[in-house]
Design a protein around this ligand. Sequence first.
Ligand SMILES: Nc1ncnc2c1ncn2[C@@H]1O[C@H](COP(=O)(O)OP(=O)(O)OP(=O)(O)O)[C@@H](O)[C@H]1O
Ligand SMILES: [Mg+2]
Length: 219
Amino acid sequence: MYQKVITIAQQKGGAGKTTLAAHLSVALAQKGLQVAMIDIDPQGSLTEWYKIREEHFGEEHTGLHFFSLSGWSLGTEVSRLRRTHDIILIDSPPHVETEARAAIRHADLILVPVQPSPTDLWATQATLQLAQREKIPTRIVLNRVNAVSRIYEIVRDELGDFSLCTLGNRVIYAASLMEGFGVTEAAPSSPAAEEIDVLAGKVIRLIKQSASKQLAETA
Ligand SMILES: Nc1ncnc2c1ncn2[C@@H]1O[C@H](COP(=O)(O)OP(=O)(O)OP(=O)(O)O)[C@@H](O)[C@H]1O
Ligand SMILES: [Mg+2]
C-alpha cells in the first residue's frame, strides 16, 4: 500500500485539473491500485462526474472511493484514507487560496496541468513557488496541446525538468466524462487513452520512488 497523496493544482481556471483528476484516477484504479478521490473545489465538477459514474456502475462498483470535502477537514480525512489506499487524489479549486493551499500542503506529489500559452505559463509560477516552499515534488502535465508548435516548444522548454508528459486537445476527454467514464474505459484503444496510460505509468514510478526514499529515511 503506497499511501500517497497526489494533489492536482493550478491557480489558472480551466487548465484541466478536474479532467486530469478523473482520467488519471480511473487509469490508476484499472492498474489495480486502491484509489480515493477528494473534491475540495466548491464548484463540485468532479462530484458531478462521480454522481453520473455511480448511476452507471452502481454505488459499490465505481472502482474508486469518492469524498467531497472542504479544506478544513482535509487533514483528518487524508490521514484516515492513507491507511487503506495506495493513492488519494485531490482535485483543487483555481486560485492559490486556503483550500488549494491545504491540498498542496498534504501532498506527496503535485501535478499541475498547463496549457501551452503565455498566460497559462505565467499563472503557473505561483503554484510552482508554493510547491517549492513546501518542498513537495511537482510535475507539469502539458494539456490541450493541439500540435507540436513553436509556442508548445517554448512553454515546454521554460518548464524544463518539471515536464512529465503531454495530453492532446481531444474531444474524447470531455465526452467520456459526460458519461461518468475515464477515457481508458470509454475508448481504450484511442490516442487519448494511450496518453493517460503513459501518464499513469509515470505517476506510479514517481510514487514508488517516493515510497522507497521514505523507507530508506526511516530505516
Ligand atoms: N486535453 C483536453 N482536451 C480537450 N478538452 C479539454 C482537455 N482538458 C480539459 N478540457 C476541457 O477544458 C475545460 C476545462 O477543463 P477542467 O474543468 O478540467 O479545468 P479545471 O482546471 O478543473 O477548471 P477549474 O479551474 O474551473 O476547476 C473543460 O471544458 C474540459 O472539458
Ligand atoms: Mg476543476
